[in-house]
Write a protein that binds this ligand. Structure first.
Ligand SMILES: C[S@@+](CC[C@H](N)C(=O)[O-])C[C@H]1O[C@@H](n2cnc3c(N)ncnc32)[C@H](O)[C@@H]1O
Length: 336
């Protein structure tokens, strides 16, 4: 390359901010690549190195130009390699996404490229009155898979609050994948109860998972709105709401909490686990809050103090809140 081109290239990079913008650009291209590679089945197919012709067959490709382009992006990002005309997985993110926790990692990518992305893409219009997004209608499966990420800290909190002893009953509202029921049963194998969710895809996951995990004898999974729970169901010793309160408008929460309180046995408690309005540096909570503010069916994240007041207003005499993650506003609340 002639020196004059090198000179003008470096001059371009003197534009303030351009270097930083380009560094972020690569991250975004990687996210998009991973999204397409998961959705198309490319990563799954490349668990075993594969020729282009074989990929075309395996993935039922009708437009090879797009497959070729995607493979090129993967190689440019060092996510893929090509040896002796066989493509394979090279990058640590791609490798992890076909590994043991691949499904959860894939859900993080899928959430960011779809509904999180939409909340920024349409923010300008929505801020000025355009209708909110209906992303929730199509995202139940991704949300339930993404939520598994916080499972280890939730489990630690559960160990403090799940009641011990035989014959106790729990209700998990918005049960998503059903993982919370499994975690509670690992803490007290004598538990039984109910998981309820309003979303079809989440219910499908919860039913399949509870069967797979061998806990379906103890927990019934029902599709429905918690606000319509029939009256003839026996009381619960613990009711859990994980990543759920923002599905209810602020003004309706005291009524919901009152109803839930009436469903508790004497001495029973209500546990709320979720992100609250965050500290300034909590970008995860800020991002979730952004998505929530711009989608139909959810509200911005609640403020912890207001939520505690609403619980007391609803008849709970004590509310204890614990920070569950360092530097984050992910909180576990126990109301009695
Ligand atoms: C963000 S997800 C959390 C899922 C799960 N609790 C977790 O943390 O993995 C919230 C879930 O609550 C469900 N949900 C929302 N409103 C509900 C309602 N009124 N009754 C029952 N489930 C509801 C949604 O369908 C969704 O699956």
């Amino acid at each position: 390359m002639q020196l004059k081109y090198l000179y003008s290239f470096f001059k371009t990079f003197q534009i303030p901010g351009l270097f930083s913008v380009f560094s972020d650009f690569k991250g975004i291209v990687r996210y998009h690549f991973l999204y397409a590679a998961v959705e198309s089945g490319l990563l799954e197919a490349l668990k075993t190195p594969c020729s282009r012709d074989n990929l075309i067959k395996k993935l039922s490709v009708k437009n090879p130009d797009i497959l070729d382009a995607l493979l090129k992006v993967g190689i440019s990002l060092k996510e893929l390699n090509c040896k002796k005309d066989h493509y394979g997985i090279r990058g640590k993110r791609s490798r992890a996404m076909v590994g043991a926790y691949g499904d959860t990692l894939s859900a993080v990518i899928q959430a960011n490229v779809t509904y999180y992305n939409n909340s920024y893409r349409y923010a300008a219009a929505r801020m000025k009155g355009a209708g909110l997004g209906d992303d929730l209608r199509h995202s139940g499966d991704i949300i339930a898979r993404f939520s598994k990420l916080s499972d280890p800290v939730i489990k630690t909190f559960l160990r403090d609050i799940v009641p011990q002893g035989p014959g106790l009953r729990v209700l998990d509202i918005g049960c998503g994948s059903g993982l919370l029921l499994k975690s509670m049963m690992q803490i007290n194998p004598g538990l039984s109860g109910l998981g309820i969710d309003i979303d079809d895809a989440a219910i499908r996951q919860a039913m399949q998972n509870t069967k797979k995990w061998g806990v379906s004898e103890n927990f019934k999974i029902v599709k429905g709105d918690i606000q319509d729970l029939p009256d003839d169901i026996p009381g619960f010793d613990l009711i859990t709401m994980v990543n759920l309160v923002y599905y209810f408008p602020v003004g309706q929460r005291p009524k919901l909490f009152k109803t839930l309180r009436s469903r508790l046995t004497t001495g029973g408690s209500l546990a709320i686990i979720m992100n609250m309005q965050g500290k300034e540096t909590d970008f995860g909570a800020a991002n979730l809050n952004m998505a929530n503010a711009s989608m139909r069916g959810v509200t911005p994240l609640p403020d912890s103090a207001t939520l505690q007041e609403q619980l007391k207003e609803s008849g709970f005499s004590t509310v204890r809140a614990s920070d569950l993650m360092p530097g984050s506003s992910f909180v576990g609340m126990l109301a009695k």
